[in-house]
Design a protein around this ligand. Structure first.
Ligand code: MRU
Length: 347
């Protein structure tokens, strides 16, 4: 996607380095950072400089390729195996991370070059899939629709295009008049910071809403459809996505509003029989207690926004049972969220 007229991907590899857009600085600063080693890339995932299921998958694949390039000749296989464990321990929920590492690790067992090629393929495939999701999802969007989304499943969360926002971008480019309600998405505010920034860059009319406003707006008939992304989809269609998704899905069902999940097949995990088996990341209480922002004179600052001395609980994802999901928009088409259909899709 274009930023200030220049085409970017969120993450890419050149020679032995990985380059990425530093998402913790957005929307205040646009900065490209370099991860010179596989542990630098792991650090970028852990600290959420690179975040979002597809982007995490891509950088995890690149990190595995970097590990193959760094591995000493006489200790190649042990080094790779250790690196794989380290990369896989960076973040637990996004299936795309494990999907990418599996693919690149297998290629690395053949050669270092194959590992780099496999990592590039994972990233290219993520961008392609997102593009196709846009085409399928656009079919659901009618002129004049108001669409709510949660968190950031735009191009920043993938290598390019995004999932939930990919249909929105295409519909907008095709001249459909649409309006997006972007949930703020506390505690890290990916909606208020990243989705809003992306939509502004693309000229899509939108507004940010507090996380607790969704059900009310639905009850007033202001939302025609909700589209969200996914971090992991179980074999029965239960879907893990950013915390807060579940309550939106329940409200959407109550008010008869179509609730779509947009995700590539690399997000599906048939080894998870249902949502109960999806590992849910718990993050630091600091993310709830403090907020990052910018002062009037342009300095980035972190301030306490909660009662001093209170603790906070910070589950990063929740699981929406398949019964609340109208359909899943994948790169192969829009499917019903049930075991049989998912089986056919992945076979
Ligand atoms: O914790 P994050 O920002 O990496 O969260 C992942 C997500 O981007 C969201 O859950 C998103 O809605 C899923 S689609 C990438």
């Amino acid at each position: 996607m274009k930023v200030n007229g220049i085409e970017y991907r969120t993450v890419w590899m050149k020679d032995t380095s990985v380059f990425f857009i530093e998402q913790n600085l957005l929307p205040f600063q646009f900065s490209i950072q370099e991860a010179k080693t596989f542990s630098d890339s792991c650090h970028a995932i852990r600290t959420m400089m690179v975040r979002g299921a597809g982007a995490i998958g891509a950088i995890a694949g690149f990190a595995m390729a970097q590990a193959a390039l760094e591995a000493p000749e006489d200790n190649y296989h042990q080094f790779l195996a250790k690196a794989r464990i380290i990369i896989e321990s960076t973040r637990p929920t996004a299936r795309n991370l494990f999907h990418a590492v599996e693919k690149v690790y297998a290629a690395a067992l053949i050669s270092r070059n194959m590992a780099v090629m496999a990592a590039q393929q994972v990233a290219d495939r993520d961008a392609d899939d997102s593009h196709k999701i846009g085409e399928f999802g656009n079919e659901l969007i009618r002129d004049g629709m108001n669409i709510e989304t949660h968190c950031n499943a735009g191009w920043l969360a993938f290598v390019d295009y995004g999932t939930a926002l990919s249909p929105v971008y295409l519909a907008h480019q095709l001249g459909k008049r649409i309006f997006v309600y972007a949930d703020e998405t506390r505690p890290r505010s990916q909606g208020a910071r990243l989705t809003a920034w992306e939509l502004k860059q693309a000229g899509v009319p939108h507004t940010i809403i507090p996380d607790n406003a969704g059900a009310w707006l639905m009850s007033l008939g202001k939302i025609d459809m909700m589209i969200v992304g996914a971090d992991r989809i179980a074999a029965n269609g239960d879907t893990a996505n950013k915390i807060g998704t579940l309550e939106k899905a329940i409200a959407a069902k109550e008010y008869g509003i179509p609730f779509y999940v947009a995700a590539p097949t690399s997000t599906f995990d048939v080894k998870c029989a249902d949502g109960k088996h999806i590992p849910i990341e718990e993050r630091s209480e600091e993310e709830v207690l403090y907020q990052d922002g910018i002062t009037a004179d342009g300095r980035l600052e972190r301030i306490l926004v909660c009662s001093p001395g209170s603790s906070a609980l910070n589950p990063a994802f929740d699981v929406t049972p398949a019964k609340y999901i109208t359909g899943i928009i994948t790169e192969k088409g829009i499917i019903r969220p049930d075991r049989e259909t998912i089986n056919t899709l992945l076979s």
